[in-house]
Each structure stands twice: as C-alpha cells, then as structure tokens.
Design a protein around this ligand. Sequence first.
Ligand code: FES
Length: 78
Amino acid sequence: MTAPSENEEDQPSVTVYPDGPLILRGGIVVKDVNGVVLSSGQVVALCRCGRSATKPFCDSSHKRGVLDSGQAQNLSSK
Ligand code: FES
C-alpha cells in the first residue's frame, strides 16, 4: 500500500476495513431512496456486515464476529 499523495488526500475516498465498515471521507451525503438526507458530513461509516441496528450506518456490531456474507471477499478481489 502506498501513502496517498497530497491531491489524493483532498479527494473523496472509500476505505474498506477488513471485517468492518466502509469509511467514506469527503463531502458525503447519504440519502434514502426517496431523497431524504440520512446523514451528511466529512466521515461516514457504512455497515457491510448486516448486523448494525442503525443501517445503513455502522454501529460497531461487526466487532461481535466476522462478516458472514461474501461482500468482503468480493470487494477486496476487485
Ligand atoms: S460493519 Fe459495523 S456494524 Fe456492520
């Protein structure tokens, strides 16, 4: 893994945490299918384990165990 350049640090980014959430950094607005804003800010953690009680956001429930879907494997193999 290489360190991001100065320009890359200014860009919106998504970081995939092993057995954890997707961390979105940048000017992030999360909306539901009707366009209702659920959250906005510079950092958002989205659940990808399916255990969060606050979906689509991570509530750290993933720490109770490993991901039980193929999502992590599929994301990391691309
Ligand atoms: S990834 Fe954190 S609760 Fe699902």
